[in-house]
Structures are given as structure tokens and as C-alpha cells.
Design a protein around this ligand. Sequence first.
Ligand code: ZN
Length: 313
Amino acid sequence: MSKEILFLEPVFTHNIWGGTKLREEYGYPVEGDDIGECWGIAAHDNGDCTVKSGTFAGKTLSTLWNEHRELFGNQEGDRFPLLVKIIDAKDDLSIQVHPDDTYAAEHENGSFGKMECWYILDCEENSTLVIGHNAKTKEELTDMIENKRWGELIREIPVRKGDFIQIDPGTVHAIKGGITILETQQNSDITYRVYDYDRLSNGQPRQLHVKQSLDVITVPAKPVEDSVIYVGETKVNELQELIRCQYYKVFKIDVDGEAVIEDNEPFLIMSVVEGSGTIDGQEIRKGAHFILPAGYGNVKLKGNMKIIASTSA
Ligand code: ZN
């Protein structure tokens, strides 16, 4: 069994709402002023990360899942379960919603649905996000969408750096400009665009998915308090659980000096989101994404850094 840490080479997307922060602040070698997403841990047709070094150098994460399932504790499933990305929104993202597994399987060629959660890495003073909507019934929702009553429809909430938000399938949501997040999600890329602020991309409005949106949006929306997770007091040098749901467990680790993390999960995804240090002697810094494979054992982190970790549930 391999005891190597799997350091991954991320994949990037360019988006009309993207910017330059992923290059300038996170140090990723990617050109352009429209960099929207860094897929740090991904094994999807639209982005498949490759291993940087060691025994599996050059292999994609989906290949490892298919051919070396022992690295992931021999978990079942035809696809790697999770996708972890950093999203830098220079401008507002479209207002969108994701289907659940049942709807996606039926309408999207057997894709997974998408449950996701956000750790707010950075934002400006007085930032807001769109989470949920104000329609009380399906009829009201339909009317608000068909008659473009966007101001009445969408529910905006204030957010601060360090907030953590869970977004169930069926939840209307949008990241606003100036916000950078780390998203942990089901391995899916199915998004239904409800409203795009009437913007043009290459001279054309981007496609909206009104029918699918109306099919999948939950009415009424969950109360805000059920989406914004209280993170609690920061514990230093410990694995601090942020959420546990049917698809994933997500943790935060604030390393100040030295932390030993016990090997309690089938595998553990880690993304360094602030600072730098070492993991079992190997240097890591902000922007690094890697996986501790099954059976790796306890791991020693040193330095001054913040890490968001996850595993499948
Ligand atoms: Zn989303």
C-alpha cells in the first residue's frame, strides 16, 4: 500500500465573472484576467487533476480511483465522490440552483446531483451572498421568475470571512463579486441558471434554465439559520469539524506550531488556504491541494497555516 501523499496539479476555468487573484494571490501559473475557478481536487470529465510526483506522477485522479481504489479505502462508487475548488468572484455569479441525485440521474445522463458547501476565504466589508428565495408557493415562485421579479425573489444575507455555508440541492444561490470561497461538493458540474443579471458573454446572454430551475427549486426555501453553519471557537492544531452530511465531512485545521492529525478517515483531502509550513517534512503553502491516502497513518503538520480538509461520508 502506498504511503505517499498525493499532491495534485489543479485545473482552472475562465469565466466572465473571474479575475486575477488565483494567479496573483494563490500563485497558480495560469494566464488571463478571467480566472474563475481552481479545481484543486477533481476527477470529472470537465476537469481531472493529475498527480504531481511520486509513484503515480502524471496519473489523473479518476485513473487512481478506477485502478487503485485501495488508495481510497476500497470505497464503492463508479466516480470519485467529491470535488474541491477555490472560486474567486471578481463579479457576481449568476443566480443558480443544482438538482439532487434523482433529478440529475434522470435528466442529466446519470450525473450526480450537487450538494455543496462554502468556506468564505475572503470578502469585502458588508459582503452579501444569495441563499434561498422569498417565494412562499410554487405559483409565486413561477410568477416571480417568469415576470423577472428578481429583487423580490432572491434572499441576500450578510457574510464575513470564515463563515461556512451548506447549500442543499434545490437551494437558489449566488456568490457575489469580491468574495473568494473554498467549495467542497459532490462530484458534479450540473448547474441551472435562474438569472444572469441580463449580462452578455461574447455578445449573447448566457442560457437560462427556467424549466429545470422551476422543477428543482425547493419551496419554501429553508430558513437562513439552517444554511449558515456556526463554526464555533477556533481550536488550534486540531481537526475541527465544520459539517457532516450524507455526502461529505468537512474540517478546518488552524496550524500554529505543530499539529498531529490522526488517521481516522478512509482518505483525507487537504487544501492549504492560508500561510505555509510542512507536512511530514514536505513543504506546503497556500494553494496546495493533496490527498492523504487510506492507511497513510498519523500526519504531522508544522508551521502557520489554515487548512480545509474533507472526506466522503
Ligand atoms: Zn453552486
